[in-house]
Design a protein around this ligand. Structure first.
Ligand SMILES: Nc1ncnc2c1ncn2[C@@H]1O[C@H](COP(=O)(O)OP(=O)(O)O)[C@@H](O)[C@H]1O
Ligand SMILES: [Mg+2]
Length: 198
């Protein structure tokens, strides 16, 4: 996943960033930082292929499937945590039993094994956000885009999520996390600072 000379200017003339050259490696979690309005969410959309930048080129590996994890966790209220993570495994052809075993293992990586049988509506904010990360990982994306995972959380809850961030790339995904949380940034392997590309 490579950006070369990428810049974006909105039709109204607003210049967001320019000359971004970066290769996002597989198995790497990159923090995308910069002040509010610097274009972090816009760059995620460019990386995902949802938006064409006005300058530069974006090269994505063939068959690369981008997967988004949004700021506000959305799950199915009455479904168990386990079901949320088992679903992408079932969708990829696992039978129910092996999907449950696999989902439990993924939940364990995010410190949620003990909450496997809790319904989504019963999870705390930090648990729900970590479940969204676990569900994302279970669908084995080539590219995972995480937009402000701790923005809506109090400090203690954000710390829980930040502890899970580092393990996102364990299965070889290329992960990009837009954030303005210093602790989230510290949990990542690499940093791209849009504040330096204005
Ligand atoms: N379609 C658009 N046309 C013009 N400006 C836009 C459009 N979409 C977003 N913007 C502006 O681009 C800027 C960067 O937005 P965004 O990528 O959301 O930044 P960040 O995620 O870093 O806070 C904001 O000032 C926003 O108002
Ligand atoms: Mg944003």
């Amino acid at each position: 996943m490579t950006l070369e000379g990428v810049g974006h200017v909105w039709p109204n003339g607003t210049v967001l960033f320019d000359l971004v050259d970066r290769t996002f490696g597989e198995g790497t979690v990159t923090a995308l930082v910069g002040p509010s309005g610097s274009g972090k969410s816009t760059l995620l959309a460019i990386v995902a292929g949802m938006l064409r930048p006005t300058h530069g080129t974006v090269s994505r590996p063939d068959g690369c499937r981008p997967l988004w994890v949004f700021q506000n966790p959305h799950g199915v209220a009455r479904r168990r945590a386990l079901d949320h993570v088992a679903l992408p495994l079932l969708a990829r052809g696992a039978d129910r039993r092996s999907a449950d075993v696999g989902a439990l293992a993924v939940l364990g990586r995010f410190g949620l094994e003990h909450r496997a049988h809790a319904r989504f509506a019963e999870l705390s904010g930090g648990e729900a956000q970590r479940l969204m990360l676990a569900r994302g990982i279970a669908s084995a994306p080539g590219l995972m885009l995480v937009d402000e995972p701790t923005a809506q959380l109090d400090r203690a809850t954000a710390d829980e999520v930040n502890r899970a961030i580092g393990s996102l790339a364990d299965s070889g995904a290329c992960v990009i996390v837009a954030t303005h949380d210093d602790d989230t940034m510290a949990a990542c392997d690499d940093v791209l600072d849009l504040g330096r590309h204005r």
